[in-house]
Structure formats: C-alpha cells, structure tokens
Design a protein around this ligand. Structure first.
Ligand code: SAM
Length: 215
C-alpha cells in the first residue's frame, strides 16, 4: 500500500526525472556531498554499497570509482531510468538499479558495507524506522552516510511542492535516532550550503552529512 506522501513523491519525481540533472545547484550539491562522504568514510574498492533515494545518481556516480559494487535504489522508476541510461552510455558495469521503498517494502537480504543517501530523508515520514532498517542492512563494521537539510522554516521548498515530510532536521534529534538504531561513532558536519532567493532576500540552507557505523 503506497501512502499519500509516497504517492506524491512517486508522481513528482517521475515527472521531473528527465530535467533533474539540468540544475547546476543539484550537481554542485551532489559533488560536495560525495566529497564529504569520501572525506569521512574510508571507502574500499571491494565494498558493496547501496544508495537510498539515489534519483538520477548524481552522488552515486561520483563515488562509484572508489567502490566495488553499487546498488542504486529509489522510489521513482523514472529517476532510475535516467540513471540507467547514463550508466549504459558510459559503459559502467559495477552499478545496478532497483526500485526500493523501505517505508513499505522489507529490506533486501544482502548486507552492505556502506549505505548512503542525499536529500531523501526529508521525504520519509518515519526516519527513525528507516535508520533501523539501514542498520539491519549493514554488515558488521559497515557505514551509514546521510546528507539532508538542517532544520529550516519550511521556505526551502516552494509551497506547491508535494511529498515533503520534514522541514529539515535538528542534528541532536537525528543523532538520537542514529544512537537508538544502534549506530556508533556518530558524527555530523556541514557538507554544503544551498543559497536561494526567498521573498527578495538571499537565504542560506545548510546541508549536513551524518555518519555512523554498525559495530
Ligand atoms: C530531492 S531528490 C534527491 C535525489 C538524489 N539523491 C540527488 O541528490 O540528486 C529525493 C529522491 O528521493 C526519492 N524518494 C522519495 N521518497 C522515497 C522513498 N520512500 N523511498 C525511496 N526513495 C524515495 C525520490 O524519488 C527522489 O529521487
């Protein structure tokens, strides 16, 4: 059963998939998030990684050269189709795509060395439950690396954008959810700052990267 918020996300992201990569802000943020993950996590060329809410793979494709295998997952088949076309055109072999919505599908049985995500958490109503699912999908010693907005006043998205479950996250709350899920060595830093004009003023929206490990 797809919830109303997930149905809104599915429709919206399928509809904008073909234009997603045209935004310089999105590609610049993806580069910054990938750089922050590379700096915080000692990536291994034999690692099997999963990206959740990967969209068109802007972050995952940057990390791919440093990983063994990458499973790119998203709610939206439209976003994954754009990613598959890019991967095929570039002759990439270490990458696979899969529709996955952990708010209604059980976690896959595979155990991963790294699960990462960028700008997907704010679309997920129960993030604490998602973090528990990520924990169960990691091999012992595996890493989680999650980027999203710091708490904001709701002005980041235009009022007509559907499917937004959170106006960013308070870092202490997120840290508490990661601790409660069982992660250790939890650390949160700023990875990027989005600048946007809102009501005639230039606004800054910091994006954090939270990392932790399954013992
Ligand atoms: C703001 S976009 C970010 C895409 C990509 N990570 C990037 O940085 O360009 C959010 C992505 O999360 C996906 N998403 C939303 N809800 C989801 C869910 N419940 N499960 C998996 N993916 C979801 C959307 O389809 C979309 O591709």
């Amino acid at each position: 059963m797809t919830s109303p918020v997930q149905q809104e996300n599915l429709s919206r992201f399928d509809a904008i998939a073909a234009q997603w990569d045209e935004s310089p802000m999105r590609t610049e943020m993806a580069r910054a998030v990938a750089d922050a993950i590379s700096a915080a996590v000692p990536l291994g060329r034999h690692w099997h990684a999963l990206e959740y809410g990967c969209g068109t793979g802007l972050v995952g494709l940057r990390l791919l050269p440093h990983l063994g295998q990458l499973l790119e997952t998203d709610l939206s088949p439209g976003m994954l189709a754009v990613l598959s076309d890019k991967a095929r055109a570039a002759g990439l072999e270490k990458i696979a795509t899969q529709v996955l919505d952990l708010t209604r599908n059980p976690p896959p049985a595979t155990r991963f060395d790294l699960i990462f995500s960028s700008m997907a958490l704010h679309h997920i109503p129960d993030v604490a439950a998602l973090l528990r699912a990520f924990f169960s999908m990691l091999a012992p010693g595996g890493w989680v690396a999650l980027a999203d907005l710091d708490a904001e006043d709701g002005s980041f998205h235009s009022p007509d954008v559907p499917g937004v479950a959170h106006h960013g996250f308070d870092r202490k709350t997120l840290e508490g959810w990661l601790d409660a899920a069982g992660f250790t060595a939890v650390s949160i830093r700023t990875a990027y700052t989005v600048e946007r004009e809102r009501e005639g003023a230039q606004r800054r929206y910091p994006v954090f990267l939270a990392t932790g490990r399954r013992p």
